[in-house]
Design a protein. Structure first.
Lengths: 171, 810
C-alpha cells in the first residue's frame, strides 16, 4: 500500500518535472536497497544533487518489454525494464551523455541519441524473474539486438553494460 | 562485371561482418576474468576480511565465468578441448566456493583460509584460460584478416581486369573514331569530286526530290534551259522544263510513282523526250534518270542533253535517204518500163525476120537477115539482163527449187561453148573433183545463166590457153555445198577491177570490149542470181596468168532430175486447128498469125480482150492464144469471162502469151482458167510443140476420164508441187459441190447453175472432160429450171466423179 502511494507520488513528481525541467525537485528517498544512483545534469534528486532509486521506484516508471537474443546468453529471452528514453525524461535529463558504471567500476558512454523509442532499456526482469548479480543483475542495459541490425555492433555490445549501479548524465 | 559485383558484395559482407562484430570485446572479457578473480582473491586474503565485499566480488566472478560458459560469443572458445577442461575445473571450483560463500557469516569466516587455498590452486587455470583465449582469438583474427586480404586481392584483380577492359574499350573507340573521321574525310572528298564532275559535265544535271522539287541545277543545265540555278531551286520540275502539252502525262507519272512506286522513265536508260526552254520554245532532249535513296528520302538524278542539232541532222539524213531511194525507184521503174517498151517492137522485128526466112531470098539477103537476127537476139539478151536486174532490185526475183542434173548442165554449157573455144584455140574441159553429186535441188535456169556467163567469159577472154571447170561438194554431210570453179589462163584482172567486177556496168579494157562485147551487166546479174540462190560468188586473179571465178552454192541432194528433153520432140498436129489469137500489138499479132498459118492452121484475130471474149462466145475454137497485158481488158480477165460464159469456146484450151511471168503469176493464170503459158518472143518450135499437143487427141483421153496430155501441160506449167496442191484443192472443191448438191435441201436454180459452172471451169484445167460435160448439163438444166434434167445430170455427174477421182489419184 505504501509502495503504491510512493509510486504514484514519484510518477506525479516525475510528470511535473517533465513539465518544468529547469527547476530541481526533491522527491522522497528510496525505502528499499538502492540499486541505481543517478547523478549529473538531472532535475530530479532525493539525496543532495543525486537521485537514488530502488527497484520499486524503477518499476514505477513506464515499463518496456521485448524479446531478443544476446551474444552473452543462450536462446531468446524476454526483457522488461524502463527504456532509456523514458528514464531520461523521468530524471529530467535532456541532453548529453550517459556515463553508465557497473558494480566492478566498468564504465561505458551511452550517447543521448540512443535514448529513443524502440531503443535500449534498463532491464530489471529477465523472463519475468529478477536478476541476481551472478545473473548480470540486478540492472542490465539491453538493446533490442534482434529487431535492429544497427544494434548488432561492437560499440553497442560494449554499451550493453550489466550489473549496472550508477548513471551520470554529463553535458 | 558480374564478377566485380560479386566481389563487391563479398567485400561489403566482410565489412558488415567487421562492423557487426558478434564477439564483444571478448579478449577484454577474458582478461577481465583474471582481473575479477584476482579482486576476489584480494578480498579473501584481506585482513580483516570484508565479507559483503568478498561475496560481491565472488558474484561478479561467478557472473563472468557463467558468461564464458554460456555466451554464444564464446562458442568458438568452448570448442577447444583444453578450454573445456579449464572451464570444467573452474566450474568445480565455483560449485565448491558457492557452498562456502553462501554459508552463514561465521562459517564463511572460518572457511576463508580454505577458500584462499582453493583460489591459489585454481589460479593457474584462470591464467591458462586467458592464454588459450588469446591464442585462439589471435588465430581467428589472423584468419579473418586473411579472408579480408583475399577478398581484397580478388577485388584488386577484378578491378585491374576491369581497367584492362576499359582500356581496350577506349582503344577500340579510338580506332572507331579514327575510322569515322577517315570516312568523313573521304565523303568530303567524294562530294567535292562529285560537285566538280557535276559542274564540268557537258550534259545538264538536275537533281529532284520525291515531290519533283529541284535540289540541284548544274551549270550545263543552266545553259540548256536558260534558267539560273537560284531561280529554279525548290520549284516543281514539271513547271520548269516540261512542255505544256506533256504536263498532264508528267504529273500522272509523278503521281503513279508516289502511289505505287511505278517507274516508267526512271532507271530505263536513255529516253528521248521534249523539253521547254525558259523562253518557251520546245526542243528535243535525250535524258537518263536514275533514283537514289538518301537520308532525306528518295532523290532523282537526271542527265539531259540538248539533241536539237542531232535530231535535225537525222531528219536531214532521213530526207536525203528517202529522196535517194525514191530516185532509185524511179530509175528502176524507168528501166523496167523502157525495157518492156523496147522489147515489144523488138519481138516484132525478130518475128518478121523469122517470117522473112520463109520467103524466097538470095544468099546475100539471107546473110543480112542472119546478121539482123544475131543483132536482134543480142539486143534481146541485153534487155533481158536489164530486166533481170531491175526485177532483182525491186525484190521480185524469185527462184525455183527443182531437181537439177549438174553434170548434164555443165556438159551442155561446155558443148555450147566448145565452138568459140576452138575458134580461140583454147581447150575447154570440166570434171568433178571428189565424189559426184549429180542431182541437186536448185533453180536450173538461174544456175545455167550464171555458169553460162562465167564459162562464156572465160572462153571469150582466153586465147591459146585453157579453161577448166571443176565442181565439188565442199559442204558437210548434212549441208551439201557446191563449189564450182572456172579457171582460165587469160589476161587476168587487175586487183582494183577485181574488187568491183561484180558491180553494174563494169567492163574490162576497152580493146577487149570492142572485141568481146558486153554491157557490163553479165557478172552483176550472175551475182544477183547467186545471191538469190543463197550462195556466194568471187574471183581470184593474177594479171598475165589468168583468173579463177568461183561459185559456192548451198544445195540439197535430190533424186534424178526431170527427164525433160532439151529439145522436146515436136508433135505435129494431126489436123488443121481453128485458133483464136487475142493480141493488142499489131506486129506481134501478125507474126503469130503468120507462124500459125505457115503451119496450116486457120486464125481468127482479136485486138483486145472484149473482142476476144465475143469471138470465143460465138465460135468454137480448138485453141485460144491470149496476150496477158492488154488495154481495156487484160488476158486474165478475158479468160475468166470466157470460162464463165456459156459460149461455144468456154472449154477451149487457152494459152497465155507473156514475156516474163513469175511462177506465182503463172499459178494465178492457171487459176483464172488458162491451160498453159507460151513465152514471148514466140518461137516456131515452141508453137509447134503446143499445137501438136492440142491437135493430137491423147490416146488415153478416149479410155479415161482425164486428158493426160492436158493435165501434164498444167503440171509442166505449174511445177509438180503446185500442181499437187491445186489438184487437192480441185478434189475438195468437187466433193464440196457434190455434198451440197445431194444434201436434200431446196436450192436456188441460179445458185446451182453458178456453182456447177465454177466446178466445170476447174475440171477443164485438169482435163477432166467427161466430168466437165456432166457439170455443164447440170448448169444448163438449172438455168432453165428443168428439175428432172437436173436430177438426171446430177446422177451422171456422181458416177463420172467417182471414176475421175480414181484416175486423178493415180
Amino acid at each position: 500500500m505504501l509502495s503504491y502511494v510512493k509510486k504514484v507520488l514519484l510518477v506525479m513528481s516525475l510528470a511535473v518535472a517533465s513539465v518544468s525541467p529547469a527547476m530541481a525537485q526533491q522527491i522522497e528517498a528510496p525505502s528499499g536497497d538502492v540499486v541505481l544512483t543517478v547523478s549529473g545534469a538531472i532535475s530530479m534528486t532525493n539525496d543532495g544533487d543525486q537521485l537514488l532509486l530502488d527497484v520499486e521506484m524503477l518499476k514505477g516508471l513506464p515499463a518496456t518489454t521485448f524479446e531478443t537474443s544476446t551474444i552473452w546468453t543462450d536462446g531468446v529471452h524476454q526483457f522488461k525494464g524502463v527504456s532509456l528514453a523514458d528514464f531520461a525524461a523521468s530524471v529530467g535529463a535532456e541532453a548529453g551523455l550517459f556515463l553508465a558504471t557497473a558494480i566492478n567500476d566498468y564504465t561505458v558512454e551511452i550517447p543521448f541519441s540512443d535514448a529513443v523509442a524502440g531503443g535500449p532499456i534498463i532491464a530489471y526482469l529477465m523472463d519475468g524473474e529478477a536478476m541476481s548479480v551472478r545473473d548480470k543483475g540486478p540492472l542490465w542495459v539491453i538493446y533490442p539486438y534482434d529487431s535492429n541490425s544497427l544494434y548488432r555492433s561492437e560499440v553497442v555490445y560494449s554499451r550493453s553494460i550489466w550489473q549496472l549501479d550508477r548513471v551520470e548524465i554529463v553535458q | 562485371m558480374s564478377a566485380i559485383a560479386l566481389l563487391t558484395y563479398n567485400v561489403s559482407k566482410e565489412i558488415r561482418l567487421l562492423g557487426s562484430a558478434r564477439s564483444d570485446n571478448v579478449q577484454w572479457s577474458l582478461v577481465q576474468t583474471q582481473v575479477e578473480f584476482l579482486e576476489f582473491v584480494q578480498e579473501v586474503e584481506n585482513d580483516p576480511v570484508d565479507l559483503g565485499q568478498m561475496r560481491q566480488e565472488f558474484d561478479i566472478f561467478f557472473s563472468r565465468i557463467a558468461t564464458v560458459k554460456e555466451a554464444t560469443v564464446f562458442e568458438g572458445l568452448r570448442a577447444d578441448p583444453e578450454v573445456r577442461q579449464h572451464l570444467a575445473a573452474l566450474s568445480r571450483f565455483i560449485d565448491q566456493a558457492v557452498e562456502i560463500i553462501d554459508a552463514p557469516d561465521s562459517e564463511l569466516l572460518q572457511q576463508t583460509p580454505r577458500l584462499a587455498v582453493m583460489a591459489q590452486e585454481i589460479a593457474p587455470r584462470i591464467r591458462a584460460l586467458g592464454n588459450s583465449g588469446l591464442d585462439l582469438y589471435a588465430r581467428q583474427a589472423d584468419a579473418q584478416r586473411e579472408a579480408v586480404a583475399r577478398t581484397m586481392t580478388q577485388l584488386a584483380v577484378a578491378i585491374a581486369a576491369l581497367i584492362g577492359v576499359l582500356l581496350l574499350a577506349i582503344l577500340y573507340l579510338n580506332r572507331l573514331n579514327g575510322r569515322i573521321y577517315r570516312r568523313e574525310r573521304e565523303n568530303k572528298q567524294t562530294s567535292t569530286r562529285m560537285s566538280t564532275v557535276m559542274s564540268t559535265s557537258l550534259d545538264g544535271l538536275i537533281v529532284c526530290d520525291a515531290d519533283g522539287l529541284i535540289l540541284q541545277f548544274s551549270p550545263a543545265a543552266e545553259g540548256i534551259f536558260g534558267f539560273k540555278e537560284e531561280d529554279v531551286l525548290g520549284q516543281e520540275i514539271g513547271s520548269v522544263i516540261v512542255p505544256d502539252h506533256m504536263r498532264d502525262a508528267h504529273d500522272a507519272g509523278m503521281e503513279r510513282m508516289r502511289q505505287n512506286g511505278e517507274k516508267r522513265v526512271v532507271g530505263k536508260g536513255r529516253v528521248k523526250l521534249e523539253a521547254k526552254h525558259r523562253e518557251g520554245h520546245i526542243f528535243p532532249v535525250e535524258l537518263a534518270i536514275q533514283s537514289a535513296t538518301t537520308d532525306e528520302g528518295e532523290i532523282f538524278v537526271a542527265f539531259l542533253r540538248d539533241i536539237s542539232n542531232r535530231v535535225a541532222a537525222e531528219a536531214e539524213l532521213v530526207a536525203a535517204r528517202d529522196k535517194a531511194l525514191a530516185g532509185e525507184k524511179l530509175k528502176t521503174d524507168f528501166l523496167s518500163t523502157m525495157s518492156h517498151e523496147i522489147r515489144t517492137p523488138l519481138n516484132g522485128l525478130l518475128g518478121n525476120m523469122s517470117l522473112l526466112r520463109d520467103t524466097k531470098m538470095n544468099p546475100l539477103q539471107e546473110r543480112y537477115v542472119g546478121y539482123m537476127e544475131t543483132s536482134g537476139r543480142l539486143l534481146m539478151s541485153h534487155i533481158s539482163d536489164v530486166l533481170d536486174i531491175t526485177r532483182y532490185d525491186a525484190g521480185k526475183l524469185s527462184t525455183r527449187s527443182q531437181p537439177v542434173d549438174i553434170s548434164a548442165l555443165l556438159q551442155d554449157i561446155v558443148d555450147n561453148q566448145k565452138g568459140t573455144a576452138t575458134k580461140n584455140e583454147t581447150s575447154l574441159t570440166w570434171r568433178w573433183r571428189g565424189e559426184r553429186m549429180n542431182t541437186v535441188l536448185s533453180d536450173h535456169d538461174r544456175l545455167q545463166h550464171v555458169l553460162m556467163n562465167l564459162i562464156g567469159n572465160a572462153v571469150k577472154f582466153t586465147r591459146r590457153g585453157e579453161v577448166s571447170v571443176t565442181v565439188e561438194n565442199v559442204g558437210e554431210t548434212d549441208n551439201a555445198e557446191l563449189l564450182i570453179q572456172i579457171a582460165d589462163t587469160g589476161p587476168g584482172i587487175p586487183a582494183d577491177l577485181a574488187e568491183r567486177i561484180f558491180d553494174d556496168f563494169v567492163t574490162g579494157n576497152v580493146a577487149y570490149d570492142r572485141e568481146a562485147g558486153g554491157t557490163g551487166l553479165g557478172l552483176s546479174i550472175a551475182k544477183r542470181f547467186v545471191d538469190a540462190l543463197g550462195g556466194e560468188i568471187g574471183v581470184q586473179s593474177v594479171v598475165g596468168q589468168g583468173s579463177t571465178f568461183w561459185v559456192k552454192l548451198p544445195v540439197t541432194p535430190a533424186g534424178p532430175a526431170d527427164g525433160k528433153p532439151e529439145q522436146p520432140a515436136i508433135l505435129l498436129p494431126t489436123r488443121p486447128l481453128n485458133v483464136l489469137l487475142v493480141e493488142d500489138n499489131e506486129i506481134n499479132r501478125i507474126v503469130a498469125r503468120e507462124m500459125l498459118q505457115a503451119e496450116g492452121h486457120s486464125v481468127v484475130e482479136a485486138n483486145d480482150g472484149p473482142q476476144g471474149v465475143a469471138a470465143a462466145t460465138e465460135t468454137h475454137f480448138d485453141l485460144i492464144l491470149m496476150d496477158i497485158s492488154m488495154p481495156i481488158m487484160d488476158g486474165r480477165a478475158a479468160t475468166r469471162a470466157i470460162r464463165s460464159s456459156n459460149g461455144a469456146s468456154k472449154e477451149t484450151v487457152i494459152i497465155a502469151l507473156t514475156a516474163n511471168a513469175m511462177p506465182e503469176e503463172q499459178k494465178e493464170f492457171l487459176s483464172d482458167g488458162m491451160n498453159g503459158i507460151l513465152t514471148k518472143p514466140l518461137s516456131r518450135p515452141a508453137l509447134r510443140d503446143l499445137l501438136g499437143h492440142i491437135g493430137r487427141p491423147s490416146s488415153r483421153e478416149t479410155q479415161g476420164m482425164i486428158d493426160i496430155g492436158h493435165s501434164d501441160q498444167t503440171r509442166d506449167a505449174l511445177g509438180e508441187e503446185a500442181f499437187v496442191k491445186l489438184r487437192a484443192r480441185f478434189v475438195s472443191e468437187v466433193d464440196a459441190f457434190q455434198n451440197w448438191l445431194e444434201s436434200g435441201e431446196a436450192h436456188d436454180f441460179l445458185e446451182i447453175s453458178a456453182r456447177a459452172h465454177k466446178v466445170a471451169g476447174s475440171a477443164a484445167v485438169f482435163g477432166a472432160g467427161p466430168l466437165g460435160k456432166t457439170l455443164k448439163q447440170i448448169e444448163a438444166a438449172a438455168k432453165v429450171g428443168n428439175v428432172d434434167d437436173i436430177r438426171d445430170s446430177s446422177a451422171r455427174f456422181a458416177t463420172s466423179w467417182i471414176r475421175t477421182k480414181t484416175e486423178l489419184s493415180q
